[in-house]
Design a protein around this ligand. Structure first.
Ligand code: C2E
Ligand code: MG
Ligand code: MG
Ligand code: MG
Length: 276
């Protein structure tokens, strides 16, 4: 029998939750076929040298062209792909297509680096390191042009597996950066334990940097600390001129954000990079 809704304050909420979990289940199933149906697409966002605002490298950001939902952002499907394990083949797809794009840019005479995001789970897979080395060879990419962005979630996996792969990748000339720096639990132990080259300061610290005294203090201290450790610093999510000014005044090496350029499909990226 059905009770009156007023007597069941949680019934409505439960129904919403049920719908949400059904939606996620459907998305998860569709995600499983998305690789096969070729529904993923890479977008690219330039990262600029702070002093001269020249493009230093581009970050590769995956999107899912869903037949009904349109362009789905990685925040909605990467966590699902991590859960289902699809992140392993999807991650390889990203690496392969990023290298192909970089080869194409080189062919067009554009000489830049590329930063590729890795989920922690990918690095716990022992075939990842060899796959990356093989792929850069296949596309005749100089390893120095590749940077891998990793997050603090790494440390929950088998540390030996993760570390030995990162060391092998560093040994062939690939760079490593810590993404979303400052948002995890173990940021500083990371710096000690991993062979990294750069930090990316998370957007949440940049957002209010023009006004918030704590954010100013945190960001200027992180930049100074990174430089003492011989690490480069990238600021993410720069949207305003006054944020850029603060970062330049504090010697942040690289700037990334909508103020300078949004992520864009490959052909648009080529136009952006060629108009100079
Ligand atoms: P992330 O690596 O920290 O990437 C930066 C995110 O910030 C991107 O979101 C980018 O579009 C966004 N962004 C850049 N500048 C600005 C700005 O000025 N303002 C604002 N509001 N946002 C800005 P996106 O593309 O939605 O990616 C979200 C996250 O998904 C990434 O965060 C990364 O963790 C993950 N991701 C994206 N592509 C891949 C991938 O190929 N593999 C893996 N494993 N993760 C990926
Ligand atoms: Mg990133
Ligand atoms: Mg980031
Ligand atoms: Mg971030």
């Amino acid at each position: 029998y059905v009770k009156d809704a007023a007597e069941l304050p949680y019934a409505f909420y439960t129904e919403e939750m049920e719908l949400e979990s059904q939606r996620l289940l459907k998305l998860k199933k569709e995600l499983d076929n998305a690789l096969e149906y070729n529904q993923f697409e890479l977008y690219f966002q330039p990262i600029y040298f702070t002093p001269d605002k020249k493009v230093a490298k581009v970050e590769v950001l995956v999107r899912w062209n869903h037949p009904e939902l349109g362009l789905v952002m990685p925040g909605s499907f990467i966590p699902l792909a991590e859960e289902t394990g699809l992140i392993i083949p999807l991650g390889k797809w990203v690496i392969e297509h990023a290298c192909q794009a970089l080869g194409e840019l080189n062919y067009r005479g554009i000489d830049i680096g590329m930063a590729i995001n890795l989920s922690p789970r990918q690095l716990s897979d022992r075939t990842l390191g060899p796959f990356i080395e093989q792929t850069i060879q296949e596309f005749k990419i100089d390893a120095k042009k590749i940077e891998l962005e990793v997050t603090e979630g790494l440390l929950i996996y088998n540390f030996e597996t993760v570390l030995s792969q990162l060391q092998a990748l560093r040994a062939v000339g690939i760079s490593l950066s810590v993404d979303d720096f400052g948002t995890g639990y173990s940021s500083l132990s990371y710096l000690k334990r991993l062979p990294i080259n750069a930090l990316k300061i998370d957007r949440s610290f940049i957002m209010d940097i023009a006004n918030d005294a704590n954010d100013k203090a945190i960001v200027s201290a992180v930049i100074a600390m990174a430089h003492k450790l011989n690490l480069l610093v990238v600021a993410e999510g720069v949207e305003q001129q006054n944020q850029l000014q603060f970062l330049a005044d504090n010697h942040c090496d690289f700037i990334q954000g909508f103020l300078l350029c949004k992520p864009q499909p490959f052909e648009r990226l080529c136009l952006t990079l060629e108009q100079k």
